[in-house]
Design a protein around this ligand. Structure first.
Ligand code: GLP
Length: 251
């Protein structure tokens, strides 16, 4: 595997290391196109970006950003929507221009059309320069659940029960977790010029091992990343826990 693996001591250092890579990219190409994940994992990275923008270490004034996914059916203003998440964690707190931020509309009248136009919008902006990914416990990336096709594009998907359970903490009742999502595809992901995969915590150790050292298989969507030409994986010790068994730790 050609991935570069960075193992840090804890979540905070993982977030700082990932933020450094994003800042480096924006400095090199101020109008870079970013792809951004939601979830608990990248929150620390976004906090570091907010801090850097505030300190004027970096400016996102020319940067473009595409969110990877969204729940179907949730209103943008709903605090559990990914729209709300990314505005609240990043977009509203840095100098990125609103017209340079893109989020799939989970309430679009015609969802199929929304997916097709999101995919072509990414293309029209020249594709994603730097994609930030988290990983689900079943190996999903964005909302590309097990079984997703390697060349899949932006589309509506049915969420697996495990994914709905993992996201239930954000809802009053587990039954409120939407059953569908809009997600960019594995094909869209693999076209990104550079990918950063983040994972923290012991509960991600198994899936990180399966994704990075296991067989490349549809049942672990993240395993396709093994074939990406420019992948950097940033982990904390706990998430890297099962990578080391029988193998050498790489810095
Ligand atoms: C959600 C998101 C993914 C994210 C995953 C893991 O399903 N759609 O983009 O990577 O959850 O989230 P967390 O970082 O909270 O573990």
């Amino acid at each position: 595997m050609r991935a570069k693996i960075i193992i840090t001591d804890n979540y905070q250092l993982m977030s700082e290391a990932a933020a450094r890579l994003v800042i480096e990219q924006i400095k090199k190409k101020p109008n870079a196109v970013l792809g951004l994940a939601t979830g608990a994992t990248p929150i620390g990275l976004y906090e570091n970006l907010v801090k850097a923008a505030w300190l004027k270490t970096v400016s996102l004034s020319q940067t473009k950003a595409f969110l990877l996914d969204e729940y179907v059916g949730l209103n943008k203003a709903d605090s559990r929507s990914f729209h709300y998440f990314i505005k609240n964690k990043l977009f509203d707190r840095v100098d990125i221009k609103k017209e340079n931020t893109f989020i799939p509309d989970g309430q679009a009248q015609d969802l199929k059309k929304e997916c097709a136009s999101y995919e072509s919008l990414i293309k029209r902006h020249g594709g994603i320069d730097l994609l930030i990914l988290g990983i689900g416990l079943n190996g999903h990336l964005a909302f590309d659940e097990p079984g997703s096709e390697i060349d899949s594009k932006t589309r509506v998907v049915k969420l697996k029960e495990q994914t709905r359970r993992a996201n239930a903490a954000y809802f009053k009742k587990p039954s409120q977790v939407p059953r569908q999502g809009i997600t960019i595809g594995l094909g869209t992901i693999m076209k990104a010029r550079k990918i950063i995969l983040l994972a923290a915590g012991e509960n991600k150790a198994g899936v990180i091992r399966r994704a990075l050292k296991g067989k490349i298989t549809k049942s672990v969507p993240a395993s396709i990343l093994q074939t990406h030409k420019n992948l950097t994986v940033v982990l904390d010790q706990a998430a890297a826990g099962e990578l080391m068994a029988g193998g050498k730790r790489r810095k």
